[in-house]
Design a binder for this molecule. Sequence first.
Ligand SMILES: [Zn+2]
Length: 146
Amino acid sequence: MTAKNNFISLFSYIDCEGGLQSCWPWLAGTNSFGYGRISINGKRYIAHRTIYEHFYGSIKPRNVIRHVCDNRKCCNPLHLLQGTQADNVQDMIERNRMPQKIKHKTILEMAEYWKSGYSQRQIAKIFGHQQCSVCLCFKRLGIRKV
Ligand SMILES: [Zn+2]
């Protein structure tokens, strides 16, 4: 299968009916973070990242693709923006979706602990937060162990 064919098959899972201004929801399966996922030739891809790469070129290592529309299933390239994890955190705070008690700098610190092997329970203890809010922050920001 060529890259072009892959791209066309990708679009059969996207609802573009709403036109350029609307969100283009992903119609197939999603991962635990609510992002569209697809596997092509046995390789797994995140739908909106794949769409982004087709339209704008490669994504820098460690960068995230942000949804300006705040709709994780959306694959409209006009709604996708490349940014850093820190931009993403800032977005969330501006939109008030983060539990107020936890500052964005703290979340990034917690993420570092998490990636270096601490459990969310331990991190919650170290930072004095509820385990569920730690886990919620990570989930909302799409932070995962690499
Ligand atoms: Zn959208």
